[in-house]
Design a protein around this ligand. Structure first.
Ligand code: SF4
Length: 368
């Protein structure tokens, strides 16, 4: 409740943690240390509470590929648009509507007469299918946090006219890839508490082993983030390659067993492209063959070739959203930021989604 929230926003405690960070910052072996978080909700909190302004110059805090809408690839949007234009009802999250495919967005298709609906999740889309006497495809985007409820909806025997177009993604392999990018040079990860609620923090052990980086799982209130940064910077200072759970009130080592079982029963991890970032092994979640009856890619002959022949706008080609999500650029490095690209008239996906760094920075007035 509100009181619970306030106890994690206490300004005096925040100041004490900021002092601690400054102290550790003086002892870092190779400053500046680059710390990457991988979650739009972290970025929202960091921007809203001005947490970057509390950090010393020796600490650089960047956002990685943690915006699920932003990493949804253009060809995936093209598939959803093609289905909508073919007369199928496409249901998806509100944030997905204005994300451009190669040539157009679902919002464009809707304004041309396609039936595109906004839902809050898979269960909502199932209920829509129950109410409608036509095919309903849920354009399913997001990480583990939303893939788990999609899996639960598939397991709950949805109606025959319901299927999903999966653009779900799995974060740990993306953390692997970004950790290896030569220009990014990450010294530690602040991992997202919400995904870890499902998967548990045990999954980060391999990332630590492979890359020799500390990973600290953090919550979303200002004190959660600052306390997580203290732990992470201590590990960086002391050269400790370890996983630490700084969000124990919600995250366990093993995670949510039932949700995990459902997730891996329904989906398998396959290689796929994350928009603007890279082709990432085992980072896209595809429906397993047993569930082909509810797989839109099996049920329909989706043909987005006409959409893909149209060329993307010049501005879209200039978008550096991928560099921002790889931690090598800030939104303010993009010449379109706040000019040609705004939340009202977004060019790239990072300006569309409430979890996109560009939109968050724009809302909080530039570099927060
Ligand atoms: Fe892309 Fe717009 Fe962000 Fe520039 S400001 S990187 S065009 S989303």
């Amino acid at each position: 409740d509100g009181d619970d929230e306030l106890q994690f926003r206490d300004p005096e405690k925040a100041e004490a943690l900021a002092d601690k960070i400054a102290e550790i910052g003086d002892d870092l072996p190779d400053p500046p240390a680059t710390v990457m978080h991988v979650c739009g909700s972290h970025e929202q909190s960091i921007a809203k509470f001005g947490l970057r302004s509390l950090l010393p110059d020796s600490v650089r805090l960047v956002m990685g590929p943690g915006c699920p809408v932003c990493v949804t690839n253009m060809p995936e949007v093209d598939e959803a648009v093609a289905l909508a234009e073919d007369g199928v009802t496409v249901a998806t999250y509100g944030d997905m509507l204005k994300v451009s495919g190669t040539a157009k967005s679902l919002d464009d298709a809707r304004s041309e007469g396609a039936d595109v609906r906004v839902v809050y999740g898979a269960q909502d889309a199932v209920e829509l299918a129950e109410d409608l006497d036509r095919e309903v495809v849920f354009f399913a985007t997001g990480f583990e946090t939303t893939a788990a409820p999609t899996a639960a909806a598939i397991k709950a025997d949805p109606p025959e006219n319901f299927s999903i177009l999966s653009a779900h993604k799995y974060i740990p392999p993306a953390m692997d890839i970004v950790a290896e990018m030569p220009d990014t040079e990450i010294d530690g990860y602040l991992a997202a508490g919400n995904a870890a609620i499902i998967t548990g923090h045990g999954i980060f052990d391999d990332i630590v082993d492979r890359h020799g980086l500390p990973v600290v799982v953090g919550g979303f209130e200002p004190l959660d983030i600052l306390a997580g940064l203290v732990k992470l910077l201590e590990h960086i200072r002391d050269g400790e390659e370890t996983v630490e759970n700084a969000y124990p009130r919600c995250v366990t080592e093993a995670g949510n067993r039932v949700a995990k079982e459902q997730l891996w029963d329904v989906f398998e991890a396959v290689d796929g492209e994350w928009r603007g970032i890279a082709h990432i092994p085992d980072a896209n979640l595809e429906l397993r063959e047993e569930y082909a009856a509810h797989d839109a890619r099996e049920r329909f002959d989706i043909d987005p070739s006409a959409l893909r022949e149209a060329s993307a706008s010049q501005h879209l080609q200039e978008c550096i959203c991928g560099d921002i999500m790889a931690g090598t650029a800030d939104p303010t490095d993009c010449p379109l930021f706040g000019e040609e690209c705004t939340p009202a008239e977004p060019v790239g996906a990072c300006m569309v989604s409430s979890e996109g760094t560009c939109k968050i920075w724009q809302e909080y007035g530039g570099r927060p």
